[in-house]
Design a protein around this ligand. Structure first.
Ligand code: SF4
Ligand code: SF4
Ligand code: SF4
Length: 317
């Protein structure tokens, strides 16, 4: 515990001091938040069909078990009183199920967790590459790299990462891992997917899940809204949702399709990885501004020496 605290103090000190070293070459590497081979089409994901969920919360139980949390007996998850208030994932619960009721319409349940974005803002914001989009599609967290700045929490458009404020010595950022360890150890599917009695969670390749979701909408246009949440939001995500209600009525935030600039992200990680001096950073940012300038920003003429406006020329002479 002590060594971890010292490591964070050391990293924070370095980040603030900005040790001057050689200007880095810009390259996508293991700290740019995207491991090589991680493409949105080849990655895995989960499709939740909200129309099939009955709110049993067994997924919450299985998730807590898989994560090694201190989970109460499964019967306690039958308690419907928790639906009185919207809940958010927390440091000891990677996923929660919320209920939405609207007049005479049947109630709907939404499982909330990290969406494992294709271009995760949390990873973009992390100065030390503690969050990574892996080749499987999962966005995973390395507590040994984390310096506790919590920029990821600010950056996430879905307000997912939670922080262990109660842990005085080794606090970590916590969020759904898409069961990356469990899958790496041979499990076929995430724990929440496995336990779901209604099979409303489907684990598979993201492109195949999208094809399945589009097919369901095509086959049952009276049953589903024509929107797959996560297909485009924030640049797309590994976790996808099908619904028969407008997502805005089910607690989903309206997020633009644009993802953070990959160029800026790569530069940021390269700069902070090598602790480049501020002048180098300003030079890089200036280069980005110059490269991204609009055509009408170009000067119309390129005089060799500064000239005086004609009206003032006469006044001086
Ligand atoms: S939902 Fe938030 S925490 Fe999860 S990958 Fe996207 S930006 Fe990161
Ligand atoms: S994928 Fe794994 S970590 Fe994520 S909510 Fe499901 S069980 Fe929990
Ligand atoms: S286990 Fe399945 S049916 Fe039960 S609440 Fe979770 S997603 Fe819904």
């Amino acid at each position: 515990m002590k060594s971890s605290a010292n490591r964070r103090w050391f990293l924070k000190s370095l980040a603030l001091a900005g040790a001057p070293v050689v200007c880095p070459t810009v390259e996508a590497d293991e700290t740019d938040g995207h491991e090589s081979g991680a493409t949105s089409s080849g990655t895995m994901g989960v499709l939740m069909d909200i129309t099939q969920c009955v709110g049993c919360r067994k997924c919450e139980y299985a998730c807590g078990q898989a994560a090694g949390f201190n989970v109460p007996p499964i019967e306690t998850f039958d308690d419907r009183a928790v639906f009185e208030n919207d809940r958010r994932p927390g440091p000891a619960s990677y996923t929660v199920v919320n209920r939405y009721a609207a007049g005479e319409s049947p109630e709907r349940f939404v499982k909330v967790n990290c969406l494992h974005c294709n271009e995760p803002a949390c990873a973009s914001a992390c100065l030390v590459g503690a969050l990574q989009k892996t080749a499987t599609g999962a966005v995973v967290y390395d507590p040994w790299k984390c310096m506790g700045c919590r920029y990821c929490m600010v950056a996430c458009p879905f307000q997912i990462p939670a922080y262990e404020y109660d842990n005085a010595f080794t606090p970590q950022v916590r969020k759904c891992t898409m069961c990356a360890d469990r899958i790496a150890n041979g499990a076929r599917v995430p724990a929440c997917v496995e336990i779901c009695p209604k099979e409303c969670l489907i684990y598979g390749r993201r492109d195949e899940l999208l094809a399945l979701a589009h097919d369901r909408i095509r086959q049952h246009p009276d049953r589903y809204v024509e929107h797959i949440y996560g297909e485009h939001e924030a640049g797309g995500a590994s976790w996808l949702y099908l619904s028969d209600r407008r997502f805005a009525d089910l607690g989903f935030v309206a997020v633009p399709a644009a993802a953070p600039s990959h160029l800026t992200e790569t530069l940021q990680h390269a700069v902070f990885k090598h602790w480049a001096p501020p002048a180098c950073l300003y030079g890089l940012l200036g280069a980005i501004m110059w490269l991204s300038r609009r055509p009408d920003d170009e000067p119309k003429t390129s005089p060799a020496v500064p000239t005086m406006p004609p009206r003032l020329k006469g006044a001086v002479s």
